[in-house]
Design a protein around this ligand. Structure first.
Ligand code: ADP
Length: 419
């Protein structure tokens, strides 16, 4: 059967998932971290349900070993070695997939789907990568300087090693291209939009698109008839109003810095305050952006941790942690209220990503504040983690759903659709 690889290439890492398509079965997944270093780490999990537990053998070097999962069905390959660039990383990974017997031949991989962060206004759906598509991804680096160049590097490296596989770009922004101009434009001089593309693009589009479609399936309704609010709450967090199956509005903006409070990102801030702080502290533009992106959000407010688990653990005894959680929840409530008003109602709220999938207390804090809209939490169902389930009561007028996101599957499906 044909295999499709879903790829997420970062500047020093590369995550991948190999799926049997159209069966949608994951046969391997892995990550190569610290690309460019002498001690890059390669991890490949394969077989079923892998949680590396028992060492079953060293391969060539001491660092290279395979462990077997508790249930005996899955295996985990790990190695630490020097990897100089993405090309070498991908070459090594494909070779290892062959050595481990996961594939017999590179040519079994007939499609490769790449996550690309910024698609600007050029891409409102996934596309087969051509020279002109690659050139546009390069040009869009202005909008995502940390991500698009790495994404393009991943695409080029795979094209060299698998020249016959269909190469597809799946953009984080494309789902949000359906937003109307009253939602994507900032109230700035219009010429900045025409000159520089200064507008809202949103992010996490592949995740919002996946969970919205799953929500419609779970509800047994046609997606085009629903008003949904999808809450992607991970380290990065965004909320989207999905009406008639399309993104109507989303909380992230020109970049993924905007919107709700995140692990280390500030979310929405009055622009003039940024200049005020920058001037007082004598910070360069880059330093200020680093503070907004890496030192703010839950970390900045709590002064303790960017990880929601840590904050929930100590919130009863630590005022800063409590405040950070309160602000996180409150920002979300405000966006949800705004989107209910914008859509003229809501049929379901969908929780996904690290916090959305795993944190019963956060889901409860959000839903309890929304009872006015006719949303009633089933507190038992809400204890579930990481699996699809309805967490509202059967009498709740508005449904609340927990749906683990699966961007890799969405990418693989897009590759299939373009074959
Ligand atoms: P991203 O893909 O944006 O890096 P994830 O979707 O993997 O992020 O989510 C990571 C976040 O999920 C972490 O910040 C962590 O705090 C949070 N998280 C994971 N499990 C839990 C949990 N049980 N309770 C609360 N937060 C959790």
């Amino acid at each position: 059967m044909a295999k499709t690889m879903a790829v997420n290439a970062g500047s020093s890492s590369l995550k991948f998932q190999l799926l049997e398509m159209p069966a949608e079965q994951v046969i391997a997944q892995g990550v190569i971290e610290r690309i460019g270093m002498d001690d890059a780490i390669v991890t490949i999990k394969y077989g079923a349900d892998v949680q590396g537990e028992r060492l079953i053998g060293h391969l060539e070097e001491d660092d290279e070993h395979v462990t077997l999962s508790k249930n005996g069905k899955g295996k985990k390959y790990e190695n630490v070695l020097a990897i100089k660039d993405h090309q070498q990383a991908i070459n090594f990974m494909l070779q290892k997939l062959t050595d481990l017997g996961i594939i017999q031949d590179f040519n079994e991989i007939t499609g490769v789907g790449h996550r690309v962060v910024a698609g600007g206004e050029w891409f409102n759906h996934s596309v087969v990568v051509t020279d002109s598509v690659l050139e546009k991804i390069d040009r869009l680096a202005d909008y995502a300087p940390l991500h698009n160049p790495a994404n393009a590097m991943g695409i080029r490296a795979f094209q060299k090693l698998l020249p016959d596989a269909l190469s597809v770009a799946v953009f984080d922004t494309s789902f949000h291209q359906s937003m109307p101009e009253e939602n994507y434009l900032y109230s700035l001089p219009y010429e900045y939009y025409t000159r520089y593309g200064a507008r809202k693009y949103g992010a996490h589009g592949t995740s919002h698109r996946y969970v919205a479609a799953r929500a419609a399936d779970m509800m047994g309704k046609d997606l085009s008839s629903l008003k949904l609010i999808t809450l992607h709450l991970g380290a990065g967090a965004s909320i989207t109003a999905v009406k008639d199956g399309k993104s109507l509005d989303t909380s992230m903006g020109f970049s993924p810095l905007a919107g709700v409070t995140m692990a280390t990102r500030s979310g929405d801030v009055d622009a003039s305050l940024v200049y005020y702080i920058q001037e007082r502290e004598g910070l360069t533009n880059d330093e200020m952006l680093t503070i907004l992106n890496k030192k703010s959000g839950l970390l900045g407010l709590s002064t303790i941790s960017s990880d929601m688990r840590d904050l929930l653990d100590v919130q009863d005894t630590n005022d800063h942690a409590k405040l950070a959680v309160k602000i996180f929840v409150n920002r979300i409530i405000k966006y949800v209220g705004q989107y209910i008003a914008e859509m003229g109602g809501v049929d379901a709220l969908v929780f996904t990503a690290g916090i959305g999938e795993n944190s019963a207390p956060i889901r409860q804090m959000i839903i309890d504040r929304l009872s006015y809209f006719g949303i009633e939490l089933d507190t038992d169902a809400n204890q579930t983690r990481g699996q699809e389930i309805e967490i509202s009561t059967s009498s709740s007028r508005v449904k609340a759903l927990l749906i683990p996101t699966n961007e890799e599957l969405m990418i693989a499906r897009d590759v299939e659709a373009l074959k």
